[in-house]
Design a protein around this ligand. Structure first.
Ligand SMILES: [Zn+2]
Length: 412
């Protein structure tokens, strides 16, 4: 291949168009590098990136971008990038069509990195491309930013406001879900009233005009912020079965822990050893098992406090699909009475919580607000967290969640 056609060849590979052209291609065998020197056909003029008008250049700066490798050679694009002083828009660098502003990588390279990021953790992608963790995270961040800018205006009908654990226990972020589109609308730094309130205030309120339900936990901070921003909140807020089950599961677990301790103290042995997750599994997965857990089913029939608490939880899980609200109300009240008589402190406490938030449970039944999507989203989010071995800060966590679950158009 003659030199001239090599330059043409790279120009075509890079998709360069006038006024940009490849001036020289240099192979550095020692460092296994290819340097592609790109220049403007007329180096004395440039175009304002805002208005596109051509004008004399102000100054220029030499820049380098990493591009996709050419046959195992690290490939670098180099160019003197001019700045223009537009009378209307000020001093700006001209556009370089092969890269985003402020990136040290070409778009094609970033696209490749993003493809890998779909399935591999940042650290693995960084290793594969010989980049730092920060560089890969930066590429992900730019992709998300672009996706957010492109996101079509949505008027969600059913949203979920959920928390997911961030780093250590008791550290949470708030995830706002568009349940109909199965996507994450946004991720907020914590789960405080002010933060959610501020989020609502920075949205176009018209976007919420089609709201039919807002699923969430019985969490005053969220309730307060929603009520302050959404007119019909009293009728839209739904404490769905998923969140109610979480409270009941906690109660069952507390009863189990205490009873286990008592049994050990009294008899030196406990039937409850190693049974934690058996009690927490949801009932549908028990009913559908064909003889899968005879030992557990036997245990659940024993005269154990834990078994009693579990039966209450199981009962509650049956009380969501009603045609008539009056029937639903009656059945729940029966359950609440049972809970208050249970003599199991954690269950009594959970019963009190349910009672004081009962209005939202009735909303959930009426609106058929099922939040199973939040449940699966939550496990998806926790999976990417494990994959990344945690995130250094909440912004990066948000970025990764939106990258994977934001439903964003990340294409270049
Ligand atoms: Zn201009």
């Amino acid at each position: 291949m003659s030199d001239e056609s090599l330059e043409e060849f790279y120009g075509q590979l890079l998709g360069l168009e006038d006024p940009w052209t490849v001036e020289e291609v240099i192979r550095d065998g020692k460092n296994q590098e290819v340097r592609v020197l790109v220049a403007r056909t007329d180096p004395s003029v440039g175009n304002c990136p805002t208005c596109g008008k051509e004008m004399p250049i102000h100054d220029s700066r030499n820049r380098r971008w990493r591009h996709l490798d050419s046959c195992n050679h690290k490939t670098i694009i180099e160019a003197d990038v001019p700045r223009v002083n537009c009378p209307e828009h000020g001093v700006h660098q001209v556009r370089t069509p092969w890269s985003e502003k402020n990136s040290r990588f070409t778009l094609e390279f970033e696209r490749q990195v993003c493809l890998w990021l779909r399935d591999a953790p940042i650290s693995a992608v960084a290793f594969m491309f010989g980049l730092s963790w920060d560089a890969v995270s930066g590429i992900q961040g730019r992709a998300v930013k672009r996706g957010l800018e492109r996101r079509q205006k949505a008027t969600p009908e059913n949203i979920g406001i959920d928390e997911t654990s961030y780093q250590k226990r008791h550290e949470y972020v708030t995830v706002i879900l568009d349940k109909d589109n199965n996507t994450v609308l946004d991720v907020l730094q914590d789960r405080k009233t002010d933060t959610l309130d501020k989020w609502f205030k920075t949205q176009q309120m018209a976007d919420f005009s089609a709201l039919k339900s807002i699923s969430m936990d019985m969490w005053d901070a969220f309730i307060k912020a929603v009520k302050a921003n959404i007119g019909d909140a009293d009728n839209l807020i739904a404490f769905d079965r998923y969140h109610v089950a979480q409270h009941l599961n906690k109660a069952v677990d507390k009863v189990r822990v205490q009873e286990h301790r008592e049994l050990i103290e009294e008899f030196g042995t406990s039937e409850l050893s190693g049974t934690k997750y058996e009690w927490l599994r949801n009932s549908s997965s028990i009913d559908n098992r064909t003889g899968g857990r005879p030992a557990f089913l036997l245990l659940s029939r024993m005269n154990l406090k834990t078994a009693r608490a579990w039966r209450i939880k199981e009962m509650a899980s049956q009380l969501w699909d009603f045609v008539y609200e009056s029937v639903a109300e009656k059945r729940w009240k029966e359950l609440l009475a049972w809970m208050s008589r249970s003599k199991l402190d954690p269950v009594i406490k959970a019963g009190r919580t349910i009672k004081s938030y009962f209005w939202g449970i009735m909303n959930a039944i009426r609106l058929k607000a099922n939040n199973s999507m939040a449940e699966s989203m939550n496990s998806g989010i926790q999976r990417i967290k494990r994959m990344a071995c945690g995130f250094r800060n909440r912004d990066r966590f948000r970025m990764a969640i939106l990258f994977h679950f934001g439903g964003l158009d990340l294409s270049y």
